[in-house]
Write a protein that binds this ligand. Structure first.
Ligand SMILES: Nc1ncnc2c1ncn2[C@@H]1O[C@H](COP(=O)(O)OP(=O)(O)OP(=O)(O)O)[C@@H](O)[C@H]1O
Length: 366
């Protein structure tokens, strides 16, 4: 994990809750009340407990007849009882990590990609109860962002773009036309349906070209290719629901299915995560999900998966979201990058112009 974000030192605002001695007892009461017992009447046995900087860590032995999956189904009840977020893992015993500290309500933008030398394309998400959260975009190339208006989707896109500009080419579909205009000379911008289609077509051509080159070189992914410079490309779509053209959506689907190996990622944001906006098959290609406040549990489950209603119960704090990557779900506070600061950063530090000039012709006829 990088030093820069760790240095921010997550303030634990509500220490009275986090110091609450009653949490292990409340979890045991919940086990009783849920009647979480095997057929022979045996219950999970608490065999270890310790305080952490951020809450509690409890270890349970499960008797035969109670599976880890069965306990996981009751996670919401344990969270309500402990008034915190709970991670459940299994390593021969049930590990229950309870986060009862509170996250900061605002986290200023602070990012140095050079510190993450082991990741080819590090993307910052924010901080969780466990510390900084970031992921390697090349491991999980596509990211879906959702949430009702006004809680931080666009701000997160600015954070992501600024964090990646020095390492990747960025193409943006912004049919709302205003939000990303200031990036006009740093990224390929598509602001009409026709430009969005042209952008997706050229990304598709670039994908095919790269697949051909890798095939001829006998390598399976861009990271292993030693020939011509093939920068990572991030295609950002702000408000997926605005893309009405079937052909554009077909190309989005094709790129999410085939572009992983050739260094092209799609990051799509939407207020409306329904299957009409994003069909199930395409949705499955987005392995990383970031969900800000949503209207109800149904919407949360649509974005984060059947078992995750958490985004419907987020506190009404701007920038607060649930990040899901693989089986991990984390409540995060995302970084805040006001537009004025974003512009100032660009003016001070014109990024990657050489690469942009070289590749832009392929990305978008301007
Ligand atoms: N991470 C954050 N930390 C603190 N405040 C934030 C954060 N993200 C957004 N905000 C605040 O919330 C406001 C709305 O954010 P943003 O425009 O990103 O929301 P949105 O979900 O994209 O809404 P829309 O769908 O209408 O574009 C911002 O103007 C800013 O004041």
């Amino acid at each position: 994990m990088g030093r820069k974000i760790e240095q921010l030192k997550i303030p634990l605002i509500n220490k009275t809750i986090y110091l609450d001695n009653k949490v292990p007892g409340l979890i045991l009461d919940t086990i009783d009340n849920l009647n979480l017992t095997a057929k022979d009447g045996r219950k999970p046995i608490l065999c270890g407990k310790k305080r952490t900087t951020n809450g509690w860590h409890l270890i349970f032995n499960l008797p035969p007849g109670i599976s880890f999956n069965r306990v996981k189904r009751y996670r919401e009840y344990f969270q309500d009882a402990a008034n915190g977020l709970i991670d459940l893992t299994w390593n021969g015993a049930l590990q229950m990590t309870i986060h009862t500290g509170r996250l900061p309500q605002r986290l200023p933008y602070c990012w140095e990609p050079e510190e993450y030398t082991k990741m080819s394309l590090p993307a910052p998400v924010g901080v969780s109860h466990g510390g900084p959260v970031l992921f390697n975009l090349t491991d999980s190339p596509h990211l879906l962002i959702a949430g009702v208006p006004g809680f931080g989707k666009s701000n997160f896109l600015h954070v992501l773009i600024h964090s990646l500009l020095s390492k990747a080419l960025v193409a943006i579909i912004d049919l709302k036309r205003l939000e990303f205009a200031y990036l006009g000379s740093h990224a390929a911008l598509a602001r009409t349906e026709a430009e969005a289609l042209a952008l997706m077509e050229s990304l598709n051509r670039e994908m095919e070209r790269r697949i051909g080159i890798l095939e001829a070189a006998g390598v399976v992914k861009v990271q292993d290719y030693q020939g011509e410079d093939m920068p990572y490309i991030i295609a950002i779509i702000d408000e997926l629901a605005e893309l009405k053209d079937d052909r554009t959506m077909e190309l989005v689907d094709r790129i999410t299915r085939l572009a992983r190996a050739v260094g092209i990622s799609v990051v799509a944001a939407t207020q409306r995560p329904s299957t009409k906006v994003l069909p199930g098959d395409t949705r499955a290609m987005f392995q990383a999900r970031l969900c800000f406040q949503v209207a109800d549990e149904l919407n949360s489950r649509m974005v984060l998966g059947e078992s995750c209603p958490l985004a419907a119960h987020l506190p009404g704090i701007k920038g607060r979201a649930i990040f899901k990557f693989g089986i991990e779900e984390k409540e995060v506070q995302t970084m805040f990058l006001p537009l004025k600061q974003a512009k100032a950063i660009l003016n001070k530090n014109p990024v990657r112009a050489w690469n942009y000039e070289y590749q832009a012709k392929r990305l978008l006829p301007r």
